[in-house]
Design a protein. Sequence first.
Length: 273
Amino acid sequence: MPVLTVDDIEVGYANNTIIDGLSVTIPEKKITTILGPNGCGKSTLLKSVARVLKIERGAVLLDGQSMKKLPTKEIAKKMAILPQSAEAPSGLTIFDLVSYGRFPHQRGFGSLKKEDLQAIHWAIDVTGLSELKERPIEALSGGQRQRVWIAMALAQDTEILILDEPTTYLDMAHQLDILLLLKKLNEEEGKTIVMVLHDLNHASRFSHYMIAMKDGAIVTEGAPETVMTCGNLQQVFNIQATLAACPFSQNPICLSYQLTKETECLQQTAAHS
């Protein structure tokens, strides 16, 4: 059974409908990336799955149960959410912020128990922050801060991680660092990861499953080799792309592109390089 099922949802802001009649399934223990042009509805879809936005019609099912009927605390035990450009209150240390991830497992305002501390220290360790755990959040680099937010989500001890553009505002090295961490969490911890990315090559390299959107609808979905084709990229982004095989994953990557509406796709394979 898929971990998450989106069934014929309608979502919007005020009187503006962004998504109307969208259905999709998210495979379990895989990395799924949602991509598409600005304003296509990808973050709206992610926020709908995360129950940040109210669904006007349809349903999002978590392990076969409608999320509308599940208590928020029960959802938080199964699904952790990292919003775009998250900010922490001033004065918190890494340990302080990561400890917030244990809130769904606590009763009232009780102190941290042994299992809470174990989860916090594990999350800090697996994200490579053990030596910095007493450092204030405001003293960290952008990449380190992203790691802290991921650690907080991991301390929540959920099967699913939902991330809205986790590499935004990071330089190339820190982007790769975060994505390699997510890959490690998927492979070693069996986490189901759902994220929005703008970088096509990162999405293809690190994803098992991709969902390409345009104008609030899904244009195509599937494995990277199914989604990352010249025809799909032309339809979704209006670009003429030159493709090759990634030397690290063997999945398709975009070498370069130009704007186009109707053009013949140029494809370059690793054999030609």
